[in-house]
Design a protein around this ligand. Structure first.
Ligand SMILES: Cc1cc2nc3c(=O)[nH]c(=O)nc-3n(C[C@H](O)[C@H](O)[C@H](O)COP(=O)(O)OP(=O)(O)OC[C@H]3O[C@@H](n4cnc5c(N)ncnc54)[C@H](O)[C@@H]3O)c2cc1C
Length: 373
């Protein structure tokens, strides 16, 4: 059996960022991806927003990794010419209750270290975005948008350059993980054929299937709290001229499953709205929501939008650790030494802001890999 230093399971933005971080000419690593190209799952089905780290609980990995990653993402984009725009974002409030909610969000964001936030009034909002109706807003100038595929291409290139060979194996599904004396036997089906390699370190960044991959190693996912609940979000595109150029968000809904249906400008100047949030039992990317539901939410802050201009567009699925009605859960990013699995690193529940946080997640995992190899 071939013996390699590390195997990364899953080539989404997180697996690729880790690959770029840990690749070295004197290390043999594989990034194994079951699809025939990388980034086909959640990493290409999201809002492509560079978040500032506003909403997450103080002290959580989501808050810390996102706040630290925000300026890093802009630096990576500038240095490697990855398309992006620092559009800025407003979280708008209408009515007393929402204004109060904004104040709480602002306080939390300040405690988390989110940068340059400001509470602005109705006149300021009108000056920035004349079509937006709001009594007040939080202005976040460091929020922006990024070409997620451009970022993944960059990480793939970096992993190749630093390895001196392409560590990525496509059409390669990991089907088993077995602990050996000094690592793990990784079973896979590649191009229809079965193979095994022995890896000293295994990094599970399998997104929607990270719980199944953790279970392959022998971890009881329910006992560990690793069971993933798939939570889908649909998007509707808008025909006609976009009514706003910034990212415009309502205050987040109380169910804490999403940030609320917001504007999703893309780098070509088109505008979508989304994503909503509903739990599903199967992975399927058809838009299941009605334009009615979207329109009712949108007109609260963009009253000129017409329902007939909204069209089903795309959807994505969040790898959530919290089930319906459960309290918010943090990312799980852990070296499983204490559970009896040294050399196994699990990344479970990497929902938003996982795209933004890819560089800091990769740094965190890279430090463990350096200690292990
Ligand atoms: C609707 C929505 C909107 C979002 N908006 C944002 C946003 O604006 N900003 C932001 O920062 N984050 C956002 N996110 C979150 C972000 O998209 C994710 O955190 C990020 O893409 C997760 O990347 P990943 O690499 O962990 O997972 P994925 O991209 O899902 O990659 C996992 C990979 O593992 C592969 N895989 C699975 N099982 C196996 C196996 N057994 N063997 C081999 N390969 C396997 C899959 O095929 C897949 O390619 C959003 C998410 C959703 C769903």
């Amino acid at each position: 059996m071939d013996r390699v230093d590390a195997v990364i399971v899953g080539a989404g933005v997180v697996g690729l960022a880790i690959g770029a971080e840990i690749a070295r000419s004197d290390r043999e690593i594989y990034i194994l991806e079951k699809e025939t190209s990388y980034g086909q799952a959640t990493s290409s089905r999201n809002s492509e927003v560079i978040h500032a780290g506003i909403y997450y609980p103080k002290g959580s990995l989501k808050a810390e990794l996102c706040v630290e990653a925000n300026p890093m993402i802009y630096e990576i984009c500038l240095e490697h010419r990855i398309p992006h725009k620092r559009l800025g974002k407003i979280i708008v409030a209408n009515g007393e209750a929402e204004v109060k909610q904004l104040e709480e969000i602002l306080k939390n964001a300040g405690e988390c270290g989110a940068r340059d936030l400001e509470l602005i009034d109705a006149d300021d909002v009108h000056e920035l975005e004349p079509n937006v109706k709001a009594d007040a807003a939080i202005l976040s100038p460091t929020t922006g948008i990024i070409d997620a595929h451009g970022l993944m291409d960059h990480y793939h290139n970096e992993a190749r350059r630093k390895s001196g060979a392409d560590p990525l194996a496509l059409d390669t599904e990991v089907t088993g993980l077995r602990k050996t004396g000094d690592g793990y036997e990784v079973e896979m089906v590649s191009g229809g054929e079965q193979f095994s390699v022995e890896a000293r370190v295994v990094i599970n960044s399998a997104g929607l299937h990270a719980d199944s991959v953790a279970a392959m190693a022998g971890i009881d996912v329910d006992e560990a709290g690793y069971r993933i609940h798939w939570c889908k979000g649909d998007y509707f595109s808008l025909t006609g001229k976009p009514p706003a150029s910034m990212l415009v968000y309502p205050p987040p809904p109380k169910d804490a499953a999403s940030l609320g249906i917001h504007t999703v400008p893309d780098l070509t100047g088109r505008l979508k709205f989304g994503p909503n949030a509903y739990y599903v039992d199967e992975i399927g990317y058809g838009v299941e929501s009605s334009s009615d539901e979207f329109w009712r939410d949108i007109v609260n802050y963009l009253p000129t939008i017409r329902k007939e201009d909204l069209h089903p567009d795309m959807s994505g699925i969040r790898a959530k650790l919290q089930g319906p009605g459960d309290p918010v859960r943090d990312f799980v990013i852990t070296h499983e030494e204490d559970r009896g699995y040294p050399g196994l690193i699990n990344l479970v529940g990497i929902e938003s802001p996982g795209l933004t946080s890819a560089p800091t997640i990769a740094e965190m995992v890279g430090k463990w890999v350096d200690e292990l190899l």
